[in-house]
Design a protein around this ligand. Structure first.
Ligand code: PMP
Length: 404
């Protein structure tokens, strides 16, 4: 046997023995009954209520968004047919970039095939532009940013403690005054659901002459009066050099983007391999995203409902004595602290109660902080929440402490 195949066996056995082996649950979305999905498991097909979608605002099943996608498929075809530079740019791509630039109050925007690629490609391109970058990266940054930063061949990387401004300032002060500096961070951190102090980071960036790179993947569509993210909500978008986002979560579609000054984006467009050497986003996806962004820009009803739903679920968990983690965002983590247990609870929720919540295990979160992640949206009703609480109490709490 080739040594790589032996390695596969060993690694998979180890992952399984730690309760971290990942199984896909194939969920068939029921578009007119979202967040219900049809699932076939162990030979049985039934409807499952999903609590862990990143289609936070249910825009992926909005009838206008679906129609825009179907219409674009009929008019422009299923695929872009080329990279952006070779026959893949359509008027839809240009319109979407203009819409995104406007959403964030920036000169320009640039689309990528995913949020992951936008982070990886942009950061690597920036950090290979000059020989002596110093980059300051939040300890909980997403893998796509870590990989992008690692792509910088000569950059010196400083990891600051998560959301810790004193630590960030200490590291900025220690770096050579004249070196080019970049602070890389997120607004809403997706696993703990906490939010970065954007204004303070901008103040430090000003003081130490650093550029700023902000991932708003878990915030766009949901925060700010028009869905421009936490940077819009906090009034600091114009102080951030590059704002990055996804079209796949709050906007319910697919794709990633960056926004910023024209010159900066023109440079990235001209050198970033992950932009240049891949097929442009499919026109139906671009049309759907355009519609979704426009709907969310004009109307805050879905946003308001999202935050009300998240607050209600948190309150119900707390009242029921369930180990909910305090968060000031729309994300509701339930702390379990053990990978095998988190996986087991998730399986019991499906099998016994017809509900699905994703177990989040190492390496996505540190060992000992394994959890179930709930992202209630505008379509999760009080009744669904009450049933969830009852189910979790039965699985997690000793009988005498149950309240329902
Ligand atoms: N940044 C963060 C913080 C993320 O959580 C993710 C995906 N979960 C991404 C970037 C990548 O976005 P996409 O799914 O659009 O590739």
């Amino acid at each position: 046997m080739h040594q790589f195949l032996t390695k596969c066996d060993e690694a998979l056995t180890e992952i399984s023995s730690q309760g971290r082996y990942r199984r896909f649950v194939a969920l068939e979305k029921l578009t007119d009954r979202f967040p219900y999905y049809s699932v076939t498991m162990e030979g049985r097909t039934r409807d499952i209520l999903v609590w862990s979608t990143n289609d936070y605002l249910a825009m992926g099943t909005d009838p206008q968004v679906i129609e825009a996608s179907a219409d674009a498929a009929r008019r422009y075809g299923a695929g872009a047919g080329g990279t952006r530079n070779i026959a893949g740019s359509s008027p839809l791509h240009v319109a979407l970039e203009e819409e995104l630039a406007d959403l964030h109050g920036k000169d320009a925007a640039l689309l990528f095939t995913s949020g992951y690629v936008s982070n990886q490609a942009t950061l690597t391109a920036i950090l290979n532009s000059l020989p002596d970058w110093h980059v300051f990266s939040d300890a909980q940054n997403h893998n796509s940013m870590i990989v992008g930063i690692k792509g910088g061949k000569t950059a010196t990387v400083h990891i600051f403690k998560h959301n810790d401004m004193a630590d960030l300032e200490r590291l900025l002060a220690e770096a050579p005054a004249e070196a080019p500096k970049l602070i890389v961070f997120e607004s809403v951190y997706s696993m703990d659901g906490d939010i970065a102090p954007l204004e303070q980071i901008c103040d430090l960036a000003d003081r130490y002459n650093a550029m700023t790179y902000l991932d708003e993947v878990h915030a766009v569509g949901m925060y700010g009066p028009h869905g421009g993210g936490v940077s819009e909500r906090d009034g600091v978008a114009d102080r951030i050099t590059i704002i990055e986002g996804t079209l796949a979560k709050g906007f319910g579609c697919h794709g990633g983007y960056i926004t910023g000054d024209f010159k900066v984006l023109d440079y990235i467009r001209s050198v970033a391999a992950g932009f240049i050497f891949t097929t442009a986003l499919p026109p139906p996806t671009v049309a759907a995203a355009l519609t979704s962004i426009r709907l969310l820009k004009q109307d805050s009803t879905r946003r308001t409902k999202l935050f009300e739903r998240a607050a209600t679920l948190k309150a119900k968990f707390l009242a029921a004595g369930l180990p909910v983690m305090d968060s000031n965002s729309h994300i509701v983590p339930l702390m379990i602290g053990d990978a095998a247990k988190a996986t087991e609870i998730s399986m019991r929720l499906i099998r016994e109660f017809g509900m699905y919540a994703t177990p989040i295990n190492y390496p996505t979160v540190p060992r000992g902080t394994e959890r179930l992640r709930f992202t209630p949206g505008p379509k999760h009703t009080d009744e669904m929440m009450n049933n969830l609480v009852t189910a979790l109490q039965q699985i997690l709490l000793p009988a005498e402490t149950q309240t329902a």
